[in-house]
Ligand binder design. Structure first.
Ligand SMILES: [Zn+2]
Length: 111
């Protein structure tokens, strides 16, 4: 059986930052698979004392968002943070700047 690459995986590279919706965690990509990424997550465990260990996890492509590219067009240049949401999505200059005139033309001019 042929493994289909998930569409979201096309623009994810090793060392990209991804956000997991299900876990609400950020992590850096260690390895890329057709429909998932392997990330390393710091895990706190509290027994007799507090330990921090780094554990590799597989995150499914459906659950993640690549934060290292523009969320609209996938560009990697001229990225800036979009602050509207709690998640630090990045948006490129081209997608961010919408001239106000373009909106004005849409409204109320029907001659
Ligand atoms: Zn863009």
């Amino acid at each position: 059986m042929k493994i289909q690459q998930h569409p979201r995986m096309y623009d994810i590279c090793v060392a990209d930052e991804v956000y997991s919706y299900t876990r609400q965690l950020f992590a850096r990509v260690e390895e890329v698979f057709p429909a998932a990424v392997c990330v390393k997550v710091a895990v706190l465990s509290v027994n007799q004392r507090v330990d921090i260990s780094v554990s590799p996890q597989l995150w499914r492509a459906d659950d993640i968002e690549n934060l290292s590219v523009c969320r609209y067009c996938g560009a990697r240049d001229e990225l800036a943070l979009e602050n509207a949401t709690g998640v630090p999505f990045r948006v490129c200059l081209r997608c961010r700047v919408v001239p106000p005139e373009e909106h004005a033309h849409d409204v109320g001019t029907w001659w």
